[in-house]
Design a binder for this molecule. Structure first.
Ligand code: NAD
Ligand code: FES
Length: 297
């Protein structure tokens, strides 16, 4: 059982909870994700780790209420427990494979969209520990939906650029408009962009950075369902290869991702009929190779 240590509302329907999970806290790295389950009846929910404290043995998860399972998760109070927390899963961010010296030579830009700010936070924090202050463009629909601003500002100071779609706070416009301004008007140079947020945002950030010549990574967490390579939900095309976000990712070279295919497929996967059609059409490549079925079932 995984006890809730703290609970805080970040914005309407968005919560952060610290859980006691010492083994996960000891091992997890930025970019990896978890599967959480409230109880035996609860849905398996894949969530990126937002923060971890190896000494205290705690991890932080951020989630938005979008259905009955997440609504039940929001109702749990301090002292209540999650029945299962499985992880860390997936592959850590590529940045974690570089040395501090290599990272310190790079100018890195993060583009965080809405709830996608939560998985950006541990990457920015990890880089700070390596002596790198990244630029962060963080977008939300409106002021009340800007999350973790104080925490992010504590890491990067005035390298944080907050945008709101309605202009109620910070820069008025989409994250892409701010990135364009930083590069084209302010002359910023970036060696790498990491975009994490809604699929549509990652698609348009990717189109922009391709034009600007900035290598870009996107996190395909939004299309995951079971998170273990068995359900086939997170199948996507990267370059000319079939990949599965949960076992091969969640992060991929954004310029190689077919975002339109991934978004169309995710819509089809939502219905029983759509899933049957995808299974028929994709045959043995429908599953993600959990290691048990060999992707044959
Ligand atoms: P949102 O819809 O409020 O969008 C956040 C920001 O993205 C906007 O403020 C805007 O600046 C930018 N954006 C949106 N559409 C854009 C477009 N067409 N072009 C350029 N920029 C655009 O975000 P939300 O409601 O918080 O999003 C929730 C989504 O985030 C969910 O779908 C969830 O799956 C996803 N999410 C993704 C990850 C991940 O790992 N990629 C992690 C957590 C959440
Ligand atoms: Fe089910 Fe990846 S989330 S196969």
């Amino acid at each position: 059982m995984y006890k809730i240590i703290t609970k805080r509302k970040l914005a309407e329907q968005i919560w952060v909870k610290d859980l006691e999970a010492p083994r996960v806290a000891r091992k997890c790295l930025p970019g990896e994700f978890l599967i959480v389950k409230i109880d035996r009846y609860g849905e398996r929910i894949p969530l990126t780790v937002c923060d971890y404290d190896r000494e205290k043995g705690t991890i932080a998860i951020v989630f938005q209420v979008v259905g009955s399972s997440s609504a039940r998760m929001a109702k749990l109070e301090v002292g209540d427990c999650f029945e299962d927390v499985v992880g860390p899963l997936g592959r850590p961010s590529e940045l974690t494979h570089k040395t501090a010296e290599e990272l310190q030579k790079m100018n890195i830009l993060f583009v965080a969209g809405g709830v996608g700010t939560a998985p950006v936070y541990p990457q920015v924090k990890w880089l700070k520990e390596q002596g790198v202050v990244a630029d962060v463009v963080q977008g939300a629909k409106t002021k009340d939906l800007v999350i973790l601003e104080e925490e992010m500002r504590a890491l990067v100071g005035d390298h944080l650029y907050v945008t709101t779609d309605d202009g109620s706070y910070g820069f008025h416009g989409l994250v892409t408009a701010k990135v364009e301004e930083l590069v084209e008007k302010e002359g910023k140079h970036y060696d790498l962009c990491v975009a994490i947020g809604p699929m549509i945002m990652m698609k348009f950030v990717s189109l922009l950075t391709k034009k600007l010549g900035i290598p870009t990574i996107a996190s395909m967490n939004p299309i995951m369902v079971d998170g273990t390579g068995m359900c086939g939900a997170c199948r996507l095309i990267v370059g000319d290869e079939v990949k599965f976000a949960c076992v091969d990712g969640p992060e991929f070279d954004a310029h190689l991702i077919d975002f339109d295919q991934a978004m169309k497929r995710a819509r089809m996967y939502a219905s029983e009929e759509g899933r049957e059609y995808l299974k028929f059409k994709e045959g043995k490549t429908h599953h993600g190779g959990c290691g048990n079925c060999g992707g044959q079932q």
